[in-house]
Design a protein around this ligand. Structure first.
Ligand code: SF4
Ligand code: SF4
Length: 108
Protein backbone atom coordinates (compact mmCIF):
# COMPACT_ATOMS: atom_id res chain seq x y z
CA UNK A 1 0.00 0.00 0.00
CA UNK A 2 1.22 3.47 -0.79
CA UNK A 3 2.26 5.38 2.26
CA UNK A 4 0.99 8.91 2.58
CA UNK A 5 2.95 11.37 4.60
CA UNK A 6 2.18 14.89 5.68
CA UNK A 7 4.85 17.38 6.51
CA UNK A 8 4.10 18.28 10.08
CA UNK A 9 5.31 21.84 9.76
CA UNK A 10 2.80 22.44 6.97
CA UNK A 11 0.01 21.73 9.42
CA UNK A 12 1.32 23.70 12.34
CA UNK A 13 1.29 27.34 13.24
CA UNK A 14 3.79 28.42 15.85
CA UNK A 15 2.79 31.24 18.14
CA UNK A 16 6.07 32.05 19.78
CA UNK A 17 6.03 31.82 23.53
CA UNK A 18 6.88 35.10 25.30
CA UNK A 19 8.80 33.14 27.93
CA UNK A 20 11.41 30.41 27.85
CA UNK A 21 10.11 26.91 28.45
CA UNK A 22 13.36 24.95 28.20
CA UNK A 23 16.55 25.60 30.11
CA UNK A 24 19.79 23.78 30.75
CA UNK A 25 21.80 23.70 33.96
CA UNK A 26 25.45 23.85 32.91
CA UNK A 27 26.59 22.68 36.33
CA UNK A 28 24.85 19.36 35.65
CA UNK A 29 25.51 19.05 31.89
CA UNK A 30 28.40 16.75 31.03
CA UNK A 31 28.29 17.38 27.28
CA UNK A 32 27.23 13.84 26.39
CA UNK A 33 25.36 15.09 23.27
CA UNK A 34 22.28 12.95 23.82
CA UNK A 35 20.04 16.02 23.52
CA UNK A 36 21.84 17.02 20.30
CA UNK A 37 21.28 13.59 18.82
CA UNK A 38 17.63 13.23 19.75
CA UNK A 39 16.30 16.68 18.85
CA UNK A 40 14.54 16.29 15.52
CA UNK A 41 14.61 20.03 14.98
CA UNK A 42 18.39 20.32 15.50
CA UNK A 43 18.02 22.91 18.24
CA UNK A 44 20.83 21.78 20.53
CA UNK A 45 24.56 22.35 20.06
CA UNK A 46 27.63 21.61 22.19
CA UNK A 47 29.75 24.64 22.88
CA UNK A 48 32.69 24.46 25.22
CA UNK A 49 31.63 20.91 26.25
CA UNK A 50 28.19 22.11 27.40
CA UNK A 51 24.80 21.87 25.69
CA UNK A 52 23.23 25.11 24.50
CA UNK A 53 19.89 25.75 22.86
CA UNK A 54 19.56 27.76 19.67
CA UNK A 55 18.54 31.30 20.68
CA UNK A 56 15.44 31.14 18.47
CA UNK A 57 14.36 27.66 19.64
CA UNK A 58 10.88 28.93 20.56
CA UNK A 59 10.11 29.39 16.87
CA UNK A 60 10.96 25.81 15.94
CA UNK A 61 10.61 23.57 19.00
CA UNK A 62 7.86 20.97 18.58
CA UNK A 63 7.49 20.60 22.36
CA UNK A 64 8.20 16.88 22.11
CA UNK A 65 10.17 16.94 25.41
CA UNK A 66 12.63 14.38 24.03
CA UNK A 67 15.60 16.44 25.19
CA UNK A 68 14.20 16.55 28.70
CA UNK A 69 13.46 12.84 28.67
CA UNK A 70 16.79 11.69 27.27
CA UNK A 71 19.06 13.72 29.53
CA UNK A 72 20.36 11.28 32.10
CA UNK A 73 21.98 14.03 34.15
CA UNK A 74 18.82 15.96 34.99
CA UNK A 75 20.35 19.02 33.34
CA UNK A 76 17.36 20.03 31.21
CA UNK A 77 14.22 21.65 32.55
CA UNK A 78 11.15 21.52 30.31
CA UNK A 79 7.69 22.94 30.73
CA UNK A 80 5.14 23.54 28.01
CA UNK A 81 4.67 27.12 26.78
CA UNK A 82 1.83 29.10 28.39
CA UNK A 83 -1.69 28.41 27.17
CA UNK A 84 -2.29 29.85 23.72
CA UNK A 85 1.37 29.77 22.72
CA UNK A 86 3.51 27.20 20.97
CA UNK A 87 2.47 24.74 18.28
CA UNK A 88 -1.10 24.90 17.05
CA UNK A 89 -2.43 22.34 14.63
CA UNK A 90 -4.40 23.80 11.75
CA UNK A 91 -7.53 21.81 12.40
CA UNK A 92 -9.39 23.18 9.41
CA UNK A 93 -6.77 21.82 7.05
CA UNK A 94 -6.12 18.34 8.36
CA UNK A 95 -9.55 16.75 7.94
CA UNK A 96 -10.20 17.92 4.33
CA UNK A 97 -6.70 16.77 3.43
CA UNK A 98 -7.35 13.27 4.74
CA UNK A 99 -10.74 13.13 2.99
CA UNK A 100 -9.18 14.11 -0.36
CA UNK A 101 -6.44 11.53 0.09
CA UNK A 102 -8.97 8.86 1.02
CA UNK A 103 -11.02 9.41 -2.15
CA UNK A 104 -7.94 9.65 -4.35
CA UNK A 105 -6.95 6.20 -3.08
CA UNK A 106 -10.40 4.81 -3.89
CA UNK A 107 -10.15 6.04 -7.47
CA UNK A 108 -6.85 4.26 -8.08
S1 SF4 B 1 21.73 15.28 27.36
FE1 SF4 B 1 21.97 16.49 29.27
S2 SF4 B 1 24.09 16.09 29.97
FE2 SF4 B 1 23.96 15.41 27.82
S3 SF4 B 1 24.67 17.20 26.63
FE3 SF4 B 1 22.42 17.35 26.75
S4 SF4 B 1 22.01 18.65 28.57
FE4 SF4 B 1 24.16 17.96 28.70
S1 SF4 C 1 11.36 19.65 23.10
FE1 SF4 C 1 11.85 18.38 21.26
S2 SF4 C 1 12.00 19.83 19.54
FE2 SF4 C 1 12.09 21.03 21.45
S3 SF4 C 1 14.29 21.29 21.86
FE3 SF4 C 1 13.61 19.46 22.99
S4 SF4 C 1 13.99 17.71 21.61
FE4 SF4 C 1 14.08 19.60 20.38
Amino acid sequence: MEKYSIKKRDLVTVIESPVDFISVDHDKCVGCKDCVIICGMDLWKIRGSKAVLEPDYKKFCTECASCYTVCGYDAIEFTFPPAGYGDRLRKGLILPLFIVKYYVRLLK
